[in-house]
Design a protein around this ligand. Structure first.
Ligand code: SRM
Ligand code: SF4
Length: 529
């Protein structure tokens, strides 16, 4: 096994130094000890950084109550797994909750370090893991949320995504080959026609493409967002068959990045900076060498030719007589009760499977036609609607100030309140995707939105206040492109009026005249601290 080793003799940044001192994965064997001594006594670098290699995030905003970031390949989990996660959250009462993330994943809140050994045992018993989900590791690997059930699907990505995760994490045991990357790393494997996973914003993206009549993937590389720079992925000019070649090529790219990626300035360490430094020709040649066989050049075009779907509502599956139900989860926030309810619905109406979307919502697949009517009478659908009001429906929000110390503004609660207010006063003829992100790190992906709102600090009437920079022009699905900043420093309390203006001028919104309550307009979610 090759141990990851930084490539440079130049001065290393502080992250590289502490990784060289002790690998992040090393804290795995110390969890019992940490649990006994209590978080206050844990070495600071272990506490605030290395624990993230196991998916355990110290939250300076809520000291002692940790966040646990899972890995859910392709965003799929069983009702049994959901129940185990619900039990974890439940034990923390009002402190416990979970969020569906923008990488079709779950994060649990309120976790105490002393409970981690027991929680990890429970995870292992049902095949759950949080390994390598934070810091300089490969994040949750995304794939179409309707893989294997979508009638128009090209490639079922479920097996490939799982194999990729197993390779990267050594089947969840932890894999020191890939725990010292220069920076975080994102991989997406898209198998549908509508680019459901925002392939273009990943460090590696596989997108379906026919080459000489054979279906496989074109490969894109280097997509990323950061406070300093945002780039869409660019073609590697390579095509792979939808088999183990996907895993082998990902491994080759990761090895090249691990051994050559820039490690001096952390702001310039993502894959695209290496591609820039070398040029695509050299990068491709180095990856080809690591891959061990010549690349087939990319297919002339990919098969992403649909507008992006959000999967909210009920849709027939490729399997006759079966349907999937997309339940809208307002800004992705779940309570323990919600999680138990979702697990129950998946068992009673489906086949005990649950899927998550990058829009932070839930899909329950395999529902027979005969069960649809009954499903629609379930109380949970009052909270997690099949027909949410238009702006609430397309809302995405990062964690924000409630739990994230990078945040410059509160996001989730404000996002939902403003969307509901606008839905109550305006009739919007088309979906308008509004994405909130609490700081320039862009976890809420404002650059893919119709209207993106990025938290910032402003001054209003001579006093500091919460505000946003406004992004527009993000396009998803076919011909995806990134939006750009169109207005800076808008105080949050002026946003309802400014957004109403934008919606009217740019998205043909009209004042509502019927004054009926739009669907899902007054659903209460538990975002209050
Ligand atoms: Fe993120 C750091 C939350 C998706 C770019 N992100 C963080 C941290 C870990 C910061 C921290 O320690 O507090 C946030 C944890 C807050 C918390 O308590 O929840 C955080 N990121 C999230 C999530 C939960 C947002 C959400 O509400 O859905 C998403 C978790 C995904 C997952 O399941 O793994 C999340 N983050 C993203 C995305 C979107 C994506 O992957 O499609 C991005 C932009 C895409 C990208 O990475 O290229 C993103 N997060 C960042 C960055 C900027 C990275 C950079 O290269 O500079 C940081 C800061 C960093 O890494 O230094 C960051
Ligand atoms: Fe935190 Fe900023 Fe990411 Fe939001 S965008 S979760 S505020 S780091």
């Amino acid at each position: 096994m090759v141990d990851a080793a930084p490539n440079t003799t130049k001065k290393l940044n502080k992250f590289e130094r502490f990784k060289a001192d002790k690998d992040g994965l090393a804290v795995k064997s110390e969890l019992e000890k940490f649990a006994e001594m209590g978080w206050e006594a844990v070495d600071e670098t272990d506490l605030t950084h290395r624990l993230k290699w196991l998916g355990i995030f110290f939250r300076p905003v809520t000291p002692g109550k940790f966040m646990l970031r899972m890995r859910l390949p392709n965003g799929i989990l069983s009702s049994q797994k959901m129940r185990v996660l619900a039990e974890v959250v439940q034990r923390y009462g009002d402190d416990g909750s979970a969020d569906i993330t923008t990488r079709q994943n779950l994060q649990l809140r309120g976790i105490r370090l002393e409970d981690i050994p027991d929680i990890f045992q429970r995870f292992e018993a049902v095949g759950l893991t949080s390994i390598q989900s934070g810091m300089d590791n490969v994040r949750n690997i995304t794939g179409s949320p309707v893989a294997g059930i979508d009638a128009s699907e090209l490639i079922d990505t479920r097996g490939l995504v799982k194999k990729l995760q197993d390779m990267i994490t050594n089947r969840s045991a932890g894999n020191p080959e890939f725990t010292n990357l220069p920076r975080k790393f994102n991989i997406a494997v898209e198998g549908g026609r509508d680019n459901a996973v925002h392939a273009e914003i990943n460090d590696i993206a596989f997108v379906p493409a026919y080459r000489d009549g054979q279906l496989g993937f074109n490969v894109l590389v280097g997509g990323f967002f950061s406070a300093r720079r945002c780039e869409a992925a660019v073609p590697l000019n390579a095509w792979v068959e939808p088999n183990d070649d996907v895993v082998a090529l990902s491994r080759a790219i990761l090895e090249v990045y691990r051994d050559n990626g820039l490690r001096v300035n952390r702001q310039k360490s993502r894959l695209m900076w290496l591609i820039d430094e070398w040029g695509m020709e050299q990068f491709r040649a180095e990856v080809e060498k690591a891959y061990g066989k010549p690349f087939l050049s990319a297919a002339p075009k990919d098969e992403i030719d649909w507008e992006k779907r959000d999967h909210v509502g009920i849709y027939p599956q490729q399997q006759p007589g079966l349907n999937y139900a997309g339940l809208h989860v307002p800004v992705g926030r779940l309570s323990a009760r919600d999680m138990f309810d979702v697990a129950r619905l998946a068992d009673v109406y489906g086949e005990g499977e649950i899927r998550l979307t990058v829009e932070q919502s839930i899909i329950i697949p395999y529902i027979p036609d005969s069960r649809l009517e009954l499903l629609q009478q379930e109380d949970l659908l009052e909270r997690f609607s099949l027909e949410p009001s238009p702006l609430v429906r397309s809302l995405v929000s990062c964690t924000g100030a409630q739990f994230c110390n990078f945040a410059l503004v509160e996001t989730k609660q404000r996002a939902l309140a403003i969307a509901r207010q606008l839905d109550a006063t305006l009739s919007v003829p088309q979906p308008v995707r509004i994405h909130w992100t609490g700081c320039p790190n862009s976890c809420g992906q404002p650059q893919v939105a119709d209207i993106g709102l990025m938290g910032t600090k402003v001054r209003k009437d001579g006093k500091p206040a919460e505000g946003v920079d406004i992004y527009m022009g993000g396009k998803v699905g076919k011909d995806a492109q990134l939006g750009t900043c169109v207005q800076k420093g808008v105080p949050c309390d002026e946003l309802p009026e400014i957004l109403a203006g934008l919606l009217t001028e740019r998205f043909a919104a009209q004042p509502r005249t019927d004054f009926s309550t739009p669907s899902n307009g007054h659903v209460q979610i538990a975002v209050d601290e």
